[in-house]
Design a protein. Structure first.
Length: 507
């Protein structure tokens, strides 16, 4: 009798009613973050022209969001486990929409940097909560793999929707309009999410330790800032001291977690080879790709002369590849193996980045489009499967904290990638030799050079633009080569660390 009843009970628990409608709300939150990240890159030339940021300020506008979100993700993921993932998701989405308005109407580089930092605080609540809710809504492993694939595909779709919609807005309105597209998405998310999302939390959460929160925040921000400063200005007393402060704070965080009865983050998770391998693969992948992603829009617009909408369409193959791969990644990992799919995907991205070292100012689109398609397919396979591995490695009560670790690796990789590879592009660019009379500000960024050329005689302006564009493309070559090396190394790491790792088949 018991054995007859058990399958019905399990099926009822696994097949939660309304789970796919709830997933649609969660992917809206992912869309919100993805669109915001991509439109910033597209709007960068216009922000440069209007707010006149220095080269360093321009990098801060690009990466301060990642700095803050990397410092807070673990804390916010753990907070969601304690007070409720639905509550923190909806509150974070509301704040994210409101702060997008602040970014849209920023009038100085400093105000834009502040808006991006505050968006990082709000954004830290969103991604861990969405993955944690997926872990708690979908108990069947195969359905969960599909849900994670849809989650990842939506993030990739956002990278396509953002540039296309943003490009249209930039051609018809002022640059701040690209931030305002978050508002309708946020409104739908909150109104529908209130009714459809189930609440979930850790039944035995323990206290939310403020000391751990501060140690995590100080450690992550100080460490990333030190890397950024060392990459930009070389190792000096400031970068060394800040790096040591960050390392000490993170050491204190780890020590505190190991001694607490109920830690903010269970450090024993890292003893699981699959969990650690997936997290490390994510970090290295994003690090290697971030320099290209941040500067690609500038290349398309300021080097090749494409209009914003056209530049957005040009980036579409990467999103199409990622969406397609994300939807079949779970099935592929079960048929072949986790390490084959992840390692193969990363190797494909590395090869595509290496191909981009041949880009020139007049390179035809088929070459660039094909490379971006391969990047999207490889990243889609890798990110989807590693997210599934991370969620499957932990009890559902710890899903928020585990998801936060995954997202921390992503954001830390983005911050380090922009800091290191972005600094390579910026450093090489600043060394160009312009014609006599070139304004000093033209060396700050390619956008500044384009603006400066408008005030010079035609022959002199053409010489300035040729020198600046050649230097920018040379920097992009070096960043792409470095990114390719990182991705190929990540492929090798994934092959060894994900050995014998399998996705659950039963839940």
């Amino acid at each position: 009798m018991t054995s007859t009843l058990r399958p019905a009970h399990v099926t009822e628990a696994v097949k939660r009613p309304g789970r796919w409608l709830a997933l649609s709300v969660l992917v809206l939150a992912v869309l919100l973050v993805a669109v915001d990240a991509t439109v910033l890159g597209l709007a960068t030339p216009y922000i440069s022209e209007d707010l006149h940021p220095s080269g360093t300020q321009l990098l801060w506008i690009g990466d301060v969001y990642s700095f803050v979100i990397a410092g807070l993700l673990v804390s916010m993921g753990s907070l969601g486990d304690r007070i409720g993932r639905k509550r923190i998701l909806l509150g974070g989405a509301t704040a994210f929409g409101a702060l997008s308005v602040l970014g849209a109407y920023a009038t100085t580089p400093e105000l834009m940097i502040l808006a991006r930092a505050l968006l990082g605080v709000a954004g830290a609540t969103l991604m861990p909560a969405t993955l944690a809710l997926i872990r708690n809504i979908f108990h069947d492993a195969r359905e969960r793999s599909l849900a994670v694939g849809i989650w990842g595909a939506t993030a990739s779709a956002g990278t396509a929707v953002g540039p296309i919609v943003g490009g249209f807005l930039l051609e018809h309105f002022w640059w701040g309009s690209v931030f305002l597209i978050n508002l309708p998405v946020m409104a739908v998310l909150v109104l529908v999410g209130i009714r459809t999302l189930p609440e979930s939390r850790n039944p035995r959460p323990g206290p939310w330790d403020l000391s751990s929160v501060l140690l995590s925040l100080v450690g992550m921000i100080a460490l990333v800032y030190a890397v950024k400063e060392a990459a930009t200005h070389g190792v000096d007393g400031t970068s060394l001291g800040t790096g040591l402060l960050g390392a000490a704070a993170l050491y204190g965080f780890v020590r505190r977690q190991l001694t607490m009865p109920v830690p903010l983050l269970d450090m024993r998770l890292f003893r699981r080879r699959g969990f650690s391998g997936a997290v490390l693969a994510d970090l290295l992948t994003v690090l290697g790709m971030s320099g290209l992603v941040f500067f690609l829009s500038q290349y398309l617009q300021l080097v090749q002369g494409r209009r914003p909408f056209e530049a957005g369409l040009a980036e579409l193959p990467a999103a199409v590849g990622a969406v397609t791969a994300g939807l079949v990644a779970g099935r592929a990992a079960r048929r072949f193996s986790v390490r084959a799919v992840v390692s193969g995907g990363l190797a494909a991205v590395g090869v595509a980045l290496a191909a981009l070292t041949a880009l020139g100012g007049s390179t035809g689109y088929p070459v660039l489009g094909a490379a971006l398609l391969v990047v999207g397919v490889g990243a889609g396979f890798s990110f989807t499967v590693t997210a599934d591995v991370i969620l499957s490695s932990v009890p559902k009560d710890q899903a928020g904290a585990a998801s936060a670790v995954s997202e921390t690796a992503y954001e830390l990789g983005a911050a380090l990638g922009i800091a290191l590879l972005g600094s390579v592009v910026t450093g090489v660019y600043r060394g160009f030799t312009g014609p006599a009379g070139t304004p000093a500000g033209a060396h700050e960024s390619l956008g500044a050079a384009v603006e400066a050329s408008a005030h010079l005689p035609p022959h002199q302006a053409e010489a300035l633009l040729d020198a600046a564009r050649d230097s920018f493309v040379h920097g992009l070559h070096l960043a792409s080569a470095a990114g390719a090396a990182v991705l190929l190394a990540a492929s090798a790491v994934a092959w060894f660390l994900l050995r014998n790792q399998e996705l659950d088949s039963t839940g």
